[in-house]
Ligand binder design. Structure first.
Ligand code: 13P
Length: 303
């Protein structure tokens, strides 16, 4: 049975069980990640993602999405709320008429089910309306997540039919000692090497380059550092898969992105999008970042 059929079957069974428990509407589906884009997959569309971390968005989900609904449609928007808010965000995305927005979890458990208190599987994320998952964020790695766990989580996300955004990034010590590329290469090989024999479709995988020292610090990497690192990530992705996938898989930057710097970061040739923490917590701020990203693409396309 094909990978997606298995995922669909798991979702259908999970939805039926949850519906019997009165927790979801069995007739309602938000589709999978392949339904997110408004047309065929276009890797030149920026992927701009909000990671709310352990925060509710500042103004509440309804006003936040009312703001975001007017965002430029030339950008693929992706929201990673806390898992307990997934269903509410997924429902509101539909209600404001932007089913093209992706919604995802900030983590997932590698097992499809079982006695793992407090955890959530890919199937449960889908049942809550999720289409994506974030994996290997540095804040989770700092809490003890290993490369091997990141790899298993990527498999679990793909197996469940989710899109996966995997995070890599170097510490300040690695940057200072010239170990940045070694760290990035090791993280990518450990995370994705195992999927080389069965590469995921490019629209179902994104890599976020997030230097640890730029996260939540207000200290943005320089444009040269961002370009050099994202180009390097793409080279390693080509090494793992092939050049076509390296061209088509989106590599995004994260770390102190704000409305005021989004446009210049997005202008770097190997940056296909952004992963935004603090500045994604308010609808107008995140929308300004999305619109700045759309503007870069529109400018690039002009003859
Ligand atoms: P900030 O945008 O708050 O620096 O966070 C970046 C991040 O970790 C997104 O995942």
């Amino acid at each position: 049975m094909a990978e997606l059929e298995v995922a669909d079957l798991i979702e259908a069974v999970t939805r039926r069980v949850l519906a019997q428990l009165g927790q979801v509407d069995p007739g309602r589906s938000h589709g999978d990640v392949s339904a997110q884009a408004t047309g065929p997959y276009d890797p030149t569309r920026p992927l701009v993602a909000a990671n709310w971390k352990m925060n509710a968005c500042a103004e509440g989900i309804v006003p936040y999405l009312a703001d975001l609904a007017a965002a430029d449609t030339a950008v693929d928007l992706l929201l990673f709320p806390p898992a307990v808010l997934l269903r509410a965000v997924a429902d509101e995305v539909i209600r404001v008429g932007r089913p093209d927005f992706g919604v995802g979890s900030q983590d997932l458990h590698p097992q499809p089910n079982g006695a793992h208190t407090g955890e959530h599987s890919g199937a449960l994320i889908r049942a809550a309306g999720g289409t994506w998952t974030l994996v290997g964020h540095s804040e989770r790695r700092q809490a003890g997540e290993t490369d091997a766990q990141v790899c298993r989580k990527i498999h679990a996300g793909l197996d469940a039919g989710l899109g996966v955004m995997v995070c890599v990034g170097e510490s300040i010590e690695a940057r200072r000692t010239g170990a940045t590329f070694r760290v990035l290469r090791n993280q990518l090989l450990a995370a994705l090497g195992d999927t080389a024999l069965q590469p995921p479709a490019p629209q179902r995988l994104a890599v976020a380059y997030e230097p640890l020292w730029a996260i939540g610090t207000g200290e943005v990497a320089t444009l040269d550092q961002i370009q050099e690192a994202t180009a390097f990530v793409r080279r390693v992705v080509a090494e793992i898969y092939d050049f076509a996938r390296a061209r088509d898989i989106r590599v995004v930057y994260g770390g102190s992105v704000k409305p005021g710097n989004a446009r210049e970061i997005m202008s770097e040739p190997d940056v296909n999008g952004l992963l935004v923490g603090g500045a994604s917590l308010k609808g107008p701020s995140f929308r300004a970042i999305a619109d700045a990203s759309a503007l870069v693409v529109a400018t690039r396309r002009q003859p």
